[in-house]
Design a protein around this ligand. Sequence first.
Ligand code: AHR
Length: 540
Amino acid sequence: MMRRFAWAGGLALALAATPAVAQASPAALQAAAPRTTLLLHTDRAGPRIAPEIYGQFVEHLGRGVYEGIWVGEDSSIPNTRGIRNDVTQALRQVKVPVIRWPGGCFANGYHWRDGIGPRDKRPRSINAAWGNVPDTNAFGTHEFMDLLDQIGARSFVSVNVGSGSVREADEWLRYMTAPAESSAGAERAANGHAAPWSVPYVGVGNESWGCGGKMTAETYVAQYRQYAANLRTFHGDPVKLIAVGADTDDYEWTEKVMAGTMKSRPHPTPLAYINPRPLLWGLSLHFYTFTGNDWYAKGRNVGFNRNDWARALGRAQLTDEMVRRHAAIMDRHDPEKKVALVVDEWGAWFNSEKDAPSALYLESTLRDAVIAGLSLNIFNNHADRVRMANIAQMVNVIQSLILTRGKEMVVTPTWHVFDLYKVHQGATQIPVDVDTPDYVQGTTRLPTISASASRDTAGKLHLSIVNLDPDKPAPIDVVASGLSGRRAQASAITADRIDRKVEFGQPDPFLPTPVRGIAINGDRVTLTVPARSVTMVTVE
Ligand code: AHR
């Protein structure tokens, strides 16, 4: 059966079958898989793809911060002011736009004052969210801001609503953003940073329906409004507040939080100094990929079989339904789409087979790359509403871009996907209709091909294609009316097996390789993408 998928809920177009491609690689011709057609609506200007869709999430959890980022100034691991250089170099390369910190569930017990001042005087706290392990607080506000400076990213700080207060959150924002002439700014200056920082994004709590307070939506709305009315920053862009959103398919939460936060009573004196910004800039969504749909049976991370592969990809594909349905609720309350859907936790979360289970360290396989490509295509295709996403988590935790083992470091297949996809950051989305055969494995039936496209400011067209089929290369016809490009090239990430993993001290098996046999003929580009792959096509 062929499936026709239209971009963002529009009508799919039935396209005439297209002739076989003479230039396809010999392997592809042997497999003779049915063709996929990608119709690019180059004449329709889509929204800008917010760079922040390629955002990261870092939590005090396992070796995510300590060892993964922070090694200390005296470490034999090369570092800049305690932050490891190999990691910052890899993060700079993928152009990380924003980092969410310090959690996660950890944020619900974090007291920012523990993480400022001379490091040898900072309290030793207990990370009650993740295994009751000690936290030296050596990595605090100044170190986080230094990390951002070193990689050129912006801050997304989650304030503590679980066990904190409006006053504590307000004082933290003053500490970070107030001028040095104020007491809050003077304290920051005394701790080594006279200039205020910009804090563009502030998350008001984390998972307040769960680890962040076990609140009902009504209770959270009341709390949120109090935080939102009182939190402000004093430097840089006006603060963008992000409310705690739903877990997975909790549509009732989205409905109630939107209904409860969109409106506020107008102030009788609508002057700038009354703080006239909207109560809400964004609403979050947390959605994780397991093998299937059971939070308590996430499945194996390595050494999995074909059914596991397909079931995990089926779960990742559900991201599209989650985004569409939450966005539809938001549309009713906010038809102008002013409020962003912020998918501030997403990623492939399987059972940990190394380290303590509470450390959530996962080895990384080709399947993660395919899940990343698929998920990022979905976010790109919903760029009208999704204006930030933060993969969980940047280093050594869940679906990481980077893994470390002492002084060693490797980049994961997910890192390669972020590297390939960075061309979409800030580009204009091009709507794509996908007409593709089904990939069937056991009881799982999925569209074989996922795609998203954009045009950058230099006029180059970028098309990312994910082939879910573990065995068959996919012949693709790209039809783009008015295509003016003369040259096309493509690179693909794949591996010899679906569960190939990256290993320390071994050659990287996921380096992108050129796709041969790509051809342009008028408004049509033809190519064959490898089985089990993520491919980026560029036409200029
Ligand atoms: O990312 C790991 C955890 O998953 C986060 O701390 C929490 O917000 C979510 O449940």
